[in-house]
Design a protein around this ligand. Structure first.
Ligand code: SF4
Length: 79
C-alpha cells in the first residue's frame, strides 16, 4: 500500500474449514508499513552477512515454531 500510494485496501481471507469468505477494508497505516519495511531490511542485511536473526522462542515447542516451515533447519543442532 505504501509503495502503491493506496489509502486503503480490500483484505480477503478464506476459511479453509467452512469455505466462508471474509472481506474487510483495511486503512493504510504508515507507521506499521515503515516498521515492517525496516524489519525486512534487517533480515535481508543479516542474510547477506551470513547471519541469522534471533529466534522468536527459546524452544522449538513454541506454538509458532511448531507451525513454521523452517523449524527443522532453524533448530538443527540447537537443542
Ligand atoms: S522455527 Fe520458525 S518461527 Fe521458530 S524461530 Fe525458527 S524461523 Fe522463527
Amino acid at each position: 500500500m505504501a509503495y502503491m500510494d493506496l489509502g486503503s485496501a480490500l483484505f480477503t481471507a478464506l476459511n479453509k474449514d467452512t469455505q466462508a469468505l471474509h472481506h474487510e477494508i483495511v486503512a493504510f497505516d504508515a507507521r506499521a508499513a515503515q516498521a515492517l519495511s525496516d524489519k525486512a531490511v534487517d533480515v535481508i542485511r543479516a542474510a547477506e552477512a551470513g547471519e541469522l536473526p534471533p529466534r522468536i522462542a527459546a524452544s522449538p515447542d513454541f506454538y509458532l515454531c511448531r507451525w513454521c516451515a523452517y523449524a527443522q533447519r532453524c533448530w538443527e543442532g540447537a537443542v
